[in-house]
Write a protein that binds this ligand. Structure first.
Ligand SMILES: Nc1nc2c(ncn2[C@@H]2O[C@H](COP(=O)(O)OP(=O)(O)OP(=O)(O)O)[C@@H](O)[C@H]2O)c(=O)[nH]1
Ligand SMILES: [Mg+2]
Length: 317
């Protein structure tokens, strides 16, 4: 397994047609696969402020990793679908970006993506944190959720004592939803009960995805996401929002992934001394990919990409 650590080049001419495209974009509307007798199905959206644990909860419910996680806010940037299929029921879960007060065009787009994922949902899982303040940001989101479809999930109960869980549930109850589930997405506590409840709520309906489908994320986009996840974990500076990744060459097992930053000064941080940061990111990303992958990481500057509509379009945000 080799990994090339590149310096950087200016991105003069933005490449067209990249950003999750080598495998094609996921279709917006899934086709109906089949409908066994008495089968139930539906769409379940996870929403909440950034960092409340939406992606962690989705991975825990599916028992497999379909969406990346980090301790930095605004990790999820696109809608990610994870599919749970049983003989009699199929749930299509939609992970969404955290809804927040936007400061850039990227922030606005993330909010729009989350809002769009709320249309035509059967169940909304609205996550709030047990170990943080339930405040204006949460109430702002709550106001736009359909009460009859919303289940309030109090996440991160492993991080607090029982009194705090009760106190937070009382606080959350001010938002007047009917159903409350305290869970820990990390340890899995309470998650089975939540999952069974969600599945029971789904109406009669067809199987939308083949039974072996776990997610709608194209492979190339997934590799780019794993690289971004490891950058979020490894890079210490306040860079998370300035980093984007995209796969520009896919010749399996050779994959070339570009890391975009916004300014020259950020290149050195992402590369690290003698390439140490890039090397670690590559090693950690490869550990999650099939053996033998040749991952080439290249750092480029795409000036102020998160404020430029065309740059965001190219990245699929
Ligand atoms: N202690 C504890 N930490 C959790 C739990 N669930 C998530 N976390 C942590 O919270 C942080 C954010 O988790 P994510 O799943 O990325 O949160 P998110 O809501 O998807 O965040 P965005 O995509 O940025 O909106 C990570 O550091 C997780 O490890 C939990 O149940 N307990
Ligand atoms: Mg997320």
């Amino acid at each position: 397994m080799t990994q090339e650590v590149h310096g950087s080049e200016e991105l003069d001419e933005p490449c067209e047609g990249v950003g999750g495209e080598p495998d094609g974009e996921p279709a917006d509307v899934p086709t109906v696969v089949d409908q066994p007798e008495g089968h139930r199905s539906g769409f379940v959206t996870l929403v909440g402020r950034p960092n409340v644990g939406k992606s962690t909860l989705l991975n825990q419910m599916l028992g497999t990793k379909v969406t990346i996680v980090s301790d930095k806010p605004q990790t999820t940037r696109t809608e990610v679908r994870g599919v749970l299929t049983r003989a009699d029921v199929q749930a299509v879960f939609c992970d969404t970006p955290g809804i927040h007060k936007p400061r850039t065009l990227l922030g606005q787009r993330l909010n729009d993506t989350a809002r769009a994922a709320l249309a035509d949902m059967d169940v909304v899982l609205f996550l709030v944190e047990a170990d943080g303040k339930i405040g204006r940001g949460d109430r702002f989101i709550a106001e736009s959720l359909p009460p009859e479809k919303t289940v309030l999930v109090l996440n991160k109960i492993d991080a607090v004592g029982r009194d705090q869980v009760v106190g937070q549930l009382v606080k959350a109850a001010e938002m007047e939803f009917d159903e409350y589930f305290p869970v820990s997405a990390t340890t899995g506590r309470g998650v089975d009960a939540l999952l069974e409840h969600v599945l029971e709520r789904l109406p009669e309906g067809p199987r939308y995805y083949p039974e072996d489908t776990l997610s709608d994320v194209p492979e190339a986009h997934w590799v780019a996401e794993l690289v971004r996840e490891q950058l979020l974990a490894v890079v210490r500076e306040e860079l998370p929002h300035s980093i984007a990744t995209r796969v520009t060459e896919w010749d399996w097992p050779r994959v070339r992934c570009e890391i975009l930053v916004e300014r020259d000064s950020q290149k050195g941080i992402v590369i690290g001394r003698k390439g140490s940061v890039l090397k670690e990111v590559g090693t950690r990303a490869r550990a999650q990919l099939p053996e033998g992958v040749f991952l080439e990481l290249v750092v480029k500057v795409d000036r102020d990409w998160q404020r430029r509509p065309k740059a965001l379009d190219r990245l699929g945000y």
